[in-house]
Ligand binder design. Structure first.
Ligand code: ATP
Ligand code: MG
Length: 507
């Protein structure tokens, strides 16, 4: 049931389904860092408050400065006194310093909070991956599972660090600046609000379209990546069957789709800013006209006019960026939601709490009335029974797809039987832990997989504490000792690129 959800990541928009629930869960994961978060919150509050008061102070400074200049014009003597000009300027300077410090402080803290959270989630995912049944991997694409671990969490971290701060500061700034604007002149504030209301409506319309285009682009890129990956891996086959032209054609088509989708998405992203900025410029012109008139007839000081314009810009900027911030917040929540869905996915049946331990199995294996199917509706095996005695060499022969590998999958408990049981030395295999069971088996698969690392490490994969002598002996028995010695660093040759420099047989 929950498997289906993970598969269905191509929702119409990259928006969370349960935003509140996901946000709550994300914050519950931050509980262990609450002191840092409180420090971040305090820093943000101090920063925002100072950000709002500094223009007010700058109005005082400028008006005081203007008084000094006016006096100098009359008396012909220019003097800067500590009281009030020097003092107010120093206060303003200190405020700017404190703002910079708190901004720096909160950026450092938030980066560490976000990365700690991502570390925690990545660890949970890593644990989860080991607890998921094989069925899960049959049903989900590797690329999608990988993106849970990488890009989804990166998005969450990025948004936590920059987006969230911006949003909180923006909200605080808008409220604070508007208060000052109303305090200075409610008429100008209302004019400004009217223009901004139009801007918000435009932004809303564009950002809705933008979300759709962005998700179309995401899909187009995913398709292109899929094709490129497939063609890269299958390059021999493509050449052998003379399919070059056809595959190039398919890539061209995918690239073209990416171009179209990206063009639309980028256009819309970039269209918001000029549109909103244009409106905010018009509003500024109108306000300047009125404020200038008031300044000339003496009902508004020059300091207040410039402070007013600082507040205008401070308020207009977040409104311009609002759609971007909301989009990125939404898509980060959607990423977090996908991660949580993954973490909630059904796990394999837990090991028995009272496991029997077999140190060294004799090797009497029996299938008793086993039935099994990869999907419950379609049984592949019905009532299979046989016994393999210790020391017996047995070959299982059958048509392709008959179920030979499946026998091994069941024996190793990669999948659980639907009925009957499998016993090892008379003990039902579910009475052992998976670890205890698997340590009694050696297994060579149809398609070998070598890990990045030295040849010696790969040979010792099933027995990490094996001595060099044991490793060499094992290699001699498999008749590969000679060829390993011809490698540049012998047993210490590092295998890279999925052991592409070895023949399949050598692997
Ligand atoms: N992970 C899976 N999910 C669903 N069905 C599977 C899965 N693996 C195998 N099957 C199906 O189960 C049947 C048995 O597969 P199995 O791998 O056991 O065959 P086999 O006997 O090992 O064949 P071969 O000789 O080709 O290796 C096949 O019909 C196959 O399509
Ligand atoms: Mg097989």
């Amino acid at each position: 049931m929950s498997n289906k959800k993970i598969k269905n990541t191509s929702r119409k928009y990259d928006a969370p389904q349960y935003a509140m629930k996901t946000a709550k869960r994300l914050f519950s994961q931050l509980k262990d860092q609450r002191f840092r978060l409180i420090a971040v919150a305090v820093s943000i509050v101090i920063y925002t408050v100072l950000n709002i008061v500094t223009p007010y102070y700058s109005a005082i400074v400028i008006d005081a400065l203007k008084a000094v200049v006016d006096e100098a014009v009359v008396s012909g003597k220019f003097s800067l006194a500590w009281d009030p000009l020097g003092r107010e300027m120093t206060i303003l300077f200190v405020m700017y310093m404190i703002m910079a410090c708190f901004y720096f402080f909160q950026s450092c803290l938030m980066a560490s909070v976000a990365e700690n959270l991502i570390l925690k989630l990545r660890r949970q995912i890593s644990n989860k991956l080991n607890k998921l049944p094989m069925r899960f991997f049959d049903r989900n694409k590797p690329g999608e599972i990988l993106s849970r671990v990488t890009s989804d969490l990166d998005k969450v971290s990025e948004t936590l660090q920059t987006g969230l701060l911006k949003l909180v500061v923006a909200i605080g700034t808008i409220i604070g600046s508007l208060s000052f604007m109303f305090y200075y002149s409610w008429i100008l504030a209302l004019i400004f609000l009217a223009f901004m209301a139009i801007a918000v409506i435009i932004t809303k319309i564009i950002s809705k379209k933008n979300l759709k285009c962005a998700s179309e682009r995401q899909e187009a890129i995913a398709r292109l990546t899929g094709i490129a990956e497939e063609y890269y891996t299958g390059r021999d086959i493509i050449k052998a069957f003379n399919h070059e032209e056809e595959s190039v054609g398919k890539v061209y088509k995918a690239v073209e789709e990416v171009r179209l989708a990206t063009r639309d998405a980028d256009f819309l992203t970039n269209a918001v800013n000029p549109a909103v900025r244009f409106l905010s410029r018009i509003s500024q012109a109108v306000i300047l006209l009125i404020a200038g008139y008031w300044m000339i007839n003496g009902s508004m000081t020059i300091g207040v006019v410039q402070a007013y314009f600082q507040y205008l810009n401070m308020t207009a900027e977040p409104v311009t960026e609002a759609s971007f911030m909301i989009n990125s917040l939404q898509s980060a929540l959607a990423s977090a939601e996908r991660t949580f869905e993954f973490l909630d996915d059904e796990e394999e049946v837990p090991d028995t709490s009272m496991p029997v331990n077999i140190d060294r199995a004799e090797g009497r294996i029996a299938f008793e009335h086993v039935s099994f199917g990869y999907t419950p509706e379609k049984l592949l095996m019905k009532d299979i029974s046989f016994t393999a005695n210790p020391g017996q060499k047995i070959a299982v022969v059958g048509a392709t797809g008959a179920g030979k590998t499946t026998l091994i999958n069941l024996l190793m408990r990669f999948y659980e039987v639907n009925g009957g049981r499998i016993t090892i030395d008379g003990i039902t295999s579910t009475d052992l832990t998976r670890k205890g069971l698997r340590k009694n088996f050696g297994m060579v698969l149809q398609d070998t997989w070598l890990f990045g690392g030295t040849i010696a490490e790969n040979i010792a994969y099933g027995k990490p504490d094996a001595t060099r002598e044991e490793i060499v002996n094992a290699a001699k028995m498999a008749k590969v000792d000679y060829f390993i010695r011809t490698m540049p660093q012998g047993y210490d040759t590092v295998l890279e690129n999925e052991a592409g420099n070895l023949s399949v047989g050598q692997r």
